[in-house]
Design a protein around this ligand. Structure first.
Ligand code: DNO
Length: 368
């Protein structure tokens, strides 16, 4: 039977509004997707801290196979001479993670920012709110104003938008002035050539997250954006451990990305699947929606079907959810809508298994 491993992102004890005991009650979740969020990009992850997370997860029967993210220090992306020391720390972190059985590291290679939106809590019309990208606003606002508005209107740290990371904003923009897309490709290649052999030797698959949204913003280069560039990335270091976090929400913001087709093409290099839906508007705006196909522009049914067709047996997680039922949570990372998302994904998955494989017993993990 084709088997996927359902996992759920968790920001850590005291840092996530969702307790592990609640995650345990979502059907079919096998593991948490985690990180040491208190550490800055470039720091080596100490084994004792890693073990603490493992022990905590194990109390609830969760594995910790997937880490999201071990962030890449800006000096590596910028290609500065200091990058070697940070690459060394990165590979040391890989070795520590391997010791506790981690199998996949999700990371990204986006300059300065991780994902970008204009609003964190945009009303959807039914009382729920969601992350929103308003093209005109992003094109007219300065990066520091956007950052200030995020930090002021939100009591939680947002992944990729940690205050420490953003303190050096003007300095970073200055540094990136002379970095073209081609330079960024060279710097990614340099990083992968040094990291992939270590990761492979220690049984950890590297899974780059696409740029979100998949186009350049604030004049910063962005390269993991479409089929052609993903293919280029996989050939930079043509090794099975150089793979992808295939995020339908990021890539799906560009209507030209044929997601099911890309899953079929890159399947054996997809180590981690993020499933998210969003509704695109003709003016270039988009808003995140429930996972259900008819609520957004991403055909989640066809996406899941493509995973089933290729016999995907990797890790999969629901991605950003809306904020519903007055839940107070980190933007995109509440319990309720992501749990609903999981049930939608299981609904599709279990039906496909039943229809195509004829199996009556489709539970990947029994409730215990
Ligand atoms: C957004 C996430 C990203 C992702 C990083 C991986 O919510 O999908 O922040 O974790 O890009 O490095």
């Amino acid at each position: 039977m084709t088997r996927v491993k359902m996992v759920f992102r968790w920001f850590g004890e005291g840092n996530d509004t969702v307790p592990l005991s609640y995650i345990k009650q979502i059907p079919g979740v096998e593991g948490i997707v985690w990180a040491l969020h208190e550490l800055s990009p470039g720091e080596e992850w100490p084994l004792e801290k890693i073990l603490k997370v493992k022990n905590m997860a194990e109390q609830y029967g969760f594995q910790i196979d997937v880490v999201e993210s071990v962030n890449v220090h800006e000096d590596i992306k910028l290609g500065l001479p200091t990058r070697d020391q940070y690459i060394h720390k990165y590979t040391e972190t890989i070795k520590h993670l391997a010791k506790v059985g981690v199998k996949v590291i999700c990371y990204n290679f986006m300059p300065v920012f991780d994902w970008i939106r204009s609003d964190l809590f945009k009303e959807l019309g039914d009382g729920s709110t969601a992350l929103f990208y308003e093209k005109a606003k992003i094109e007219s606002i300065t990066p520091d104003k956007l950052v200030t508005s995020f930090l002021e209107n939100n009591e939680f740290t947002v992944p990729g938008w940690e205050p420490e990371r953003l303190q050096r904003l003007s300095e970073l923009f200055e540094a990136y002035k002379n970095v073209s897309e081609e330079n960024l490709w060279d710097n990614l290649k340099y990083f992968l050539e040094r990291v992939i052999p270590v990761a492979a030797q220690h049984g950890i698959r590297m899974a780059i997250h696409p740029d979100d949204p998949p186009w350049p913003i604030f004049g910063l280069p962005r390269i993991i954006t479409n089929r052609e560039n993903i293919s280029r990335l996989l050939h930079l270091v043509d090794h099975p451990y150089n793979g992808l976090t295939f995020c339908t929400g990021s890539l799906g913001a560009n209507p030209n990305n044929d997601l099911p087709e890309m899953i079929r093409e890159f399947g054996d290099r997809i180590h981690f699947a993020h499933i998210r839906n969003l509704k695109r508007f003709d003016n270039g705006d988009f808003i995140e929606t429930s996972h259900r196909t008819c609520d957004g522009s991403v055909d989640v049914y066809e996406v899941v079907k493509a995973y089933h067709e290729i016999g995907f047996s990797g890790y999969i997680r629901p991605d950003h959810g809306r904020h519903i039922w007055n839940e107070e949570c980190r933007p995109g990372y509440g319990l309720y809508d992501r749990a609903l998302g999981i049930m939608y994904l299981w609904g599709i998955w279990d039906s496909l298994v039943r229809m195509k494989e004829g199996s009556r017993h489709v539970c990947t993990k029994q409730q215990s």
